[in-house]
Design a protein around this ligand. Structure first.
Ligand code: ATP
Ligand code: MG
Length: 398
């Protein structure tokens, strides 16, 4: 057992001291069995949420009615959820109510896939009523119980299955896949924020190309904004897709494939944030620049650092050219300035330099010209040097 689980087992210890059961559950157990880097550690317990609130010092009651409390321990957050079963799903998104139950086996039954329905106690003993371990061994995603019922209950599970296939490279079991196909129109009822979240995880999966095979098979695009009326976009996806870390880079790719649909439309219809919009536009500009000029200082100067990795991936996908991040970083290291703010001269200086000229567009134009010359290393970023340069060149800018 890893250090992460050791720390988390202190939470289990405390719960057990008070006579309740507690187990590790969900993604962390799956990833441990897969020898994959684990994300958050979730804990399931027989203790009611009120008891958890009392047992721990730092708690956040995030979803008491669903039995979920976040416990902070050694600067880590753990979701501690009381064993429960979901009652009817009349709105197909949230169970109308939940019922707390006595045994972990009951709790595991409500979980989506066998690989996610495995519990482990603090000593490492596995509780695995649906033989998820075998499915992990055979790389299979299989719904717990009747697949048709499970996807109708909560169609988000369709997207989760696709994203697990992309993250883990697993195959989707036949009955499960069939049920996904027949329930796919229920996707329309999922909140767009959840759709974006899952789609984003899907495109960042290490096996996204494998996942895309199922994505198309399920025809999920028929229930996703913009893609539904633009089937050609999916067909024009790169033949061998590679993981993209940010959703912004997915949008940049989609816009590159179909320039007639603006990044703004994607952002609006997929209800993305303005941050995603500006990052997508930043990437797209860089791709256009690359297409025309190849890698250059001006491109790197404008490209946001958080986009470096996805930019190199997109260059590979779209232009079939191999570009390492180091190459980009190398150029960045030699940039004389990182932004306009670093210029040794500003608008006020320009006004003082030419007191006879009234303020106007010439100032912005001049600064833009200097910015480019400085970035390219043609002139030094020193006030006097810039002043002289402007005196010599102003007639051309003006
Ligand atoms: P990740 O590595 O992305 O965190 P995860 O499997 O931990 O993957 P979570 O969304 O964190 O996924 O959910 C934790 C667990 O809760 C899952 O492993 C699964 O057992 C259960 N679960 C989550 N969402 C659903 C759902 N929509 N239907 C049924 N069970 C779910
Ligand atoms: Mg998780």
């Amino acid at each position: 057992i890893t250090e992460e689980f050791k720390q988390a087992s202190e939470i289990i210890d405390r719960i057990e001291q008070y006579g309740f059961q507690a187990y590790f559950v969900g993604g962390s157990v799956r990833d441990l069995l897969l020898d994959r880097k684990i994300g958050d550690i979730d804990i399931a317990t027989s203790a009611p949420p009120k008891v958890i609130l009392e047992l721990f010092e730092k708690v956040i009651p995030v979803g008491m009615e669903h039995g979920t409390v976040i416990v902070r321990h050694l600067h880590q957050s753990y979701e501690v959820t009381t064993f429960r079963v979901d009652d009817d799903y009349s709105d197909q998104r949230h169970p109308d109510s939940v019922t707390f139950v006595k045994s972990i086996d009951h709790d595991l039954k409500r979980r989506d896939f066998t690989i996610n329905a495995i519990a482990m106690d603090k000593s490492g003993t596995i509780v695995d009523p649906f033989d998820g371990k075998t499915d992990i061994k055979n790389n299979i995603i299989r719904a717990v119980g009747d697949a048709n019922d499970r996807f109708m209950e909560d169609p988000l599970r369709i997207m989760r299955a696709l994203r697990f296939s992309s993250q883990l490279g697993f195959s989707i079991e036949e009955q499960t896949l069939k049920a996904m196909k027949s329930a796919v129109s229920e996707i329309d009822s999922i909140a767009m924020e959840r759709v974006v979240q899952e789609t984003s995880k899907f495109f960042s999966g290490a096996y996204v190309n494998h996942g895309l095979y199922y994505f198309k098979k399920v025809k999920i695009e028929k229930h996703l904004p913009i893609l539904q009326e633009n089937a050609h976009i999916l067909h024009h996806m790169p033949k061998k897709l590679e993981p993209l870390n940010s959703f912004a880079s997915v949008l940049a790719l989609l816009h590159f494939i179909e320039p007639d649909i603006s990044i703004g439309s994607w952002v609006k219809q997929w209800k993305c944030s303005n941050f995603i919009k500006s990052e997508a536009e930043n990437l797209y500009e860089a791709l256009l620049n690359y297409k025309l000029n190849g890698l250059n200082r001006w491109l790197v100067y404008h490209l946001h650092e958080g986009n470096y990795e996805d930019f190199t991936t997109l260059v590979h996908l779209l232009f079939n050219e191999t570009l390492t991040i180091n190459k980009v970083i190398q150029i960045e290291n030699f940039l004389p300035i990182k932004s306009k703010k670093d210029l040794a001269i500003n608008g006020i200086d320009l006004n003082e330099l030419f007191p006879d000229k009234s303020p106007g567009p010439w100032i912005g134009k001049t600064l833009a010209q200097i910015e480019k010359e400085v970035v390219y290393g043609n002139i030094m970023n020193r006030k006097n040097v810039l002043k002289d340069w402007i005196k010599w060149n102003l007639h051309e800018i003006d």
